[in-house]
Design a protein around this ligand. Structure first.
Ligand SMILES: Cc1ncc(COP(=O)(O)O)c(C=O)c1O
Length: 403
């Protein structure tokens, strides 16, 4: 009897325009190759070089590279001394890691509401949730648009809370002229996943304002090992001696990836300029190719420099009578990838049903934002002609799907 070879499952055709993509050039390849043959694959000089380059770019003093943005958040929470029983308040419109890194640290999470237009934390909704166990506010700069940091910092100060920024979308963004990550808040987390502004494949960094918090982050990143003679429990008997003083992790970013990060960082100004120029092209193309009111470009607030990690438009699906899934499938058939950032976290079973989770309550801002949002492709190697083609595909698909 003939045996049929198993057939691979049919794969969808790769998208011509994914919603996000890295940009790798010959300099990146050369930097990684040099690191590979340098003799130090991890714990070598490329780590400090990347951290120093990031510190110089951000205008920050204390930068620690780590394995990803989730680890950066975990290190930020623990590095500030947050402990089981403490609570933080954050946005429901974020990636799961903002909250799950807190659970890993034993923290409770309360989800405030957001502005329905920007999707960023509404300071009044944060204020309403502050209670006796609240220790921190975690601002998520959605899509690269900074939150209202002045209002959140004032709240944090008034209530003795830490202000932490999940800036995984916001490398290169500015708030009132100040660079996000420039050590204006207590801790800032960055991600270098391939869809982000710069990539190390996987990677992240945590920026701490206080040198003592930074020292704790460095220790936690490396197994909770203490080497500082002044902090050992006995006089050091020799150069081998160290003490494991707390539960730590191996969250170190290897030299090979740090070398890629330094190379990518050198191109960040070009990446940001390209993202901002493409966002302006999107605005013009949307105005030119779509009837008014169908698709609204994201707002750019006057006191902030948006870093455009995402170009998340708002679509009046209900008013147009168009199903979002059908639009996404129709665009994918035309080679255009889209994503929804994000399903509100409290509606995920894990976040909703975990012990200590808040009972369900309305979050009208988050619901309104979620109902309308759709992220269109945005990455530095897109061209204005690509944006024209993507918006044409959007206009055609919407027109086809209208009842
Ligand atoms: C807002 C936000 N926070 C945290 C993370 C986690 O970063 P990473 O994927 O590098 O762990 C991401 C990643 O997508 C993110 O978008």
């Amino acid at each position: 009897m003939a045996v049929l070879a198993p057939q691979p499952p049919s794969q969808p055709a790769p998208l011509r325009y994914p919603y996000g993509r890295q940009s790798i050039d010959a300099d990146d390849v050369a930097a990684v190759t040099a690191a590979l043959t340098s003799g130090a694959l991890t714990c070598g000089p490329a780590v400090a070089a990347f951290e120093d380059a990031l510190a110089a770019y951000l205008g920050a003093d204390h930068v620690a590279a780590c394995v990803n943005g989730t680890a950066a958040l975990h290190l930020a929470y623990l590095g500030l001394g947050l402990a089981p029983g403490d609570e933080l308040i954050t946005s429901p419109i974020t990636f799961s890691a903002t909250a799950s890194a807190a659970y890993q640290a034993g923290l409770g999470v309360r989800f405030a509401d957001v502005d329905p237009i920007t999707g960023n934390l509404d300071p009044a909704a944060v204020a309403a949730l502050i209670g006796p166990r609240t220790r921190a506010i975690v601002a998520v700069h959605l899509a690269g648009q900074p939150c209202d940091l002045a209002a959140l910092a004032a709240l944090a100060q008034a209530h003795g809370l830490f202000l932490i920024e999940d800036a995984c979308h916001a490398l290169g963004a500015r708030y009132r002229g100040a660079m996000i990550g420039g050590a204006t808040s207590d801790a800032v987390a960055l991600s270098f996943h391939p869809v982000k502004h710069i990539t190390t494949g996987e990677g992240g960094a945590v920026i701490m304002r206080d040198p003592r918090h930074h020292a704790r982050v460095l220790r936690l990143r490396h197994h909770g090992i203490e080497r500082d003679p002044a902090r050992l429990s006995i006089p050091s008997p020799g150069p081998w001696y160290h003490e494991v003083v707390e539960q730590g992790f191996n969250y170190r970013l290897p030299d090979v990836l740090c070398a890629l990060g330094t190379s990518q960082l050198a191109r960040l100004p070009r990446f940001l300029a390209a993202r901002r120029a493409l966002a302006a092209t999107y605005r013009a193309e949307l105005a030119a190719q779509l009837p008014p009111g169908w698709v609204t470009a994201p707002p750019e607030l006057p006191d902030r420099d948006h870093a455009f990690h995402l170009f998340a438009v708002a679509i009046d699906f209900a008013g147009l009578g168009v199903d979002r899934g059908a639009l996404m499938r129709g665009l994918a058939a035309r080679g255009v990838g889209t994503q929804v950032h994000y399903i509100p976290l409290p509606s995920h079973p894990f976040h909703r049903d975990r012990p200590g989770a808040e009972p369900p309550r309305p979050r009208p801002g988050a619901d309104a934002y979620y109902q309308r949002t759709l992220s269109l492709p945005l990455y530095p190697d897109l061209t204005p002609a690509d944006v024209h083609a993507i918006v044409a595909a959007l206009a055609t698909t919407l027109a086809e799907l209208r009842p």
